[in-house]
Design a protein around this ligand. Sequence first.
Ligand SMILES: [Zn+2]
Length: 252
Amino acid sequence: MKITVLGSGSAFSSPTRFNSCYVLEAAGEKFMIDCGSDAMKALQKGGVDLSSVRNIFITHMHADHAAGLPAVLTAMHVHGRRAPISVHIPFTQLDFAKTWLANMFIYDERLSFRISLEPLKPGVVRLGSPVELEFFNTRHLQKYEKCAASFGIEPVSYSVIVREGEKVFFFSSDLASLDEVRGRLDGCVSLVEATHPNLDEVASLMTGGSGSVYFTHIPQELEEGGEWRAELAARFGVKEFRSVSDGQVIEI
Ligand SMILES: [Zn+2]
């Protein structure tokens, strides 16, 4: 399994990190997880051949995870894509996604390829090969429940485990707390977000030694020289902060 990190930045991205965007390749399947607002740039910089991406999974509908979708689909059309693509959207916002794309003038009958919008629910998605993705609810969006309800929206957000036989990869996406995913990290390579957990939680994963954990979704404060990095070292003795960078490839 090959994971290419295209966007390891926080919601604000940065001069060196794009919003959330990952391309995975496993058993001949190539798919994206998240398509943040600057995904088009991230894909170009990463030299990713869009024609071979057959599925896009969106972990939740925050802009830094989803807003690049219309631009990426439009670019696929401009590049003459023929193969159909499935875009998996948190199921409570599937109707929004249909309206959103329509309002961006992205219509199947005008494109060189078919888009299938699929409702993404907790559970397993199999990709017609030995590859499966299992999505779990997270509490990341719970804070919006009351506001969202006034618009008839149920906020849904996911973490995901990708399995290819014995090879297992875990991506937390955004969380309310690391406690939500701590039990899932054993025996797999994990990418865990570093923006929302507190420093005690981050430090505990760095020093706890549960599986191979790397941090992503890196805020400015955790960059080299940032104030949280200094605090990690001073309060918890964390000398090496294991973060991924844009363009990094992880092989499992
Ligand atoms: Zn988020």
